[in-house]
Design a binder for this molecule. Structure first.
Ligand SMILES: [Zn+2]
Length: 73
C-alpha cells in the first residue's frame, strides 16, 4: 500500500509549485509561494465585480429637487 516515491498529487504539496510543504509556510512550501498566493488574492480582490460606486451619480441625485437630502449635523 505504501508507495515510497510518488511525488505527484501529494496532499502536502505546495499548490503553486508542487514542492513539499514546510511547516511554518503551510500549505505552501516557502515564504515566496505564500507571497505569490497572497498577491494573487489581492489582485483578484482589486477587481471587484459589478459597477463601481459612482460618487457623481449620488451627488447629482442628492442635489436633485425631488429628493430632500438629509442634513448632515
Ligand atoms: Zn511552492
Amino acid at each position: 500500500m505504501s508507495r515510497p516515491s510518488t511525488p505527484s498529487r501529494n496532499r502536502n504539496a505546495c499548490p503553486l509549485c508542487g514542492k513539499p510543504t514546510v511547516a511554518p509556510h503551510t500549505p505552501f512550501c516557502s515564504q515566496g509561494c505564500r507571497d505569490r498566493d497572497l498577491l494573487a488574492w489581492l489582485g483578484e480582490g482589486y477587481r471587484v465585480p459589478g459597477p463601481p460606486a459612482d460618487p457623481d451619480a449620488y451627488e447629482s441625485d442628492a442635489d436633485g429637487l425631488d429628493s430632500p437630502a438629509p442634513r448632515p449635523l
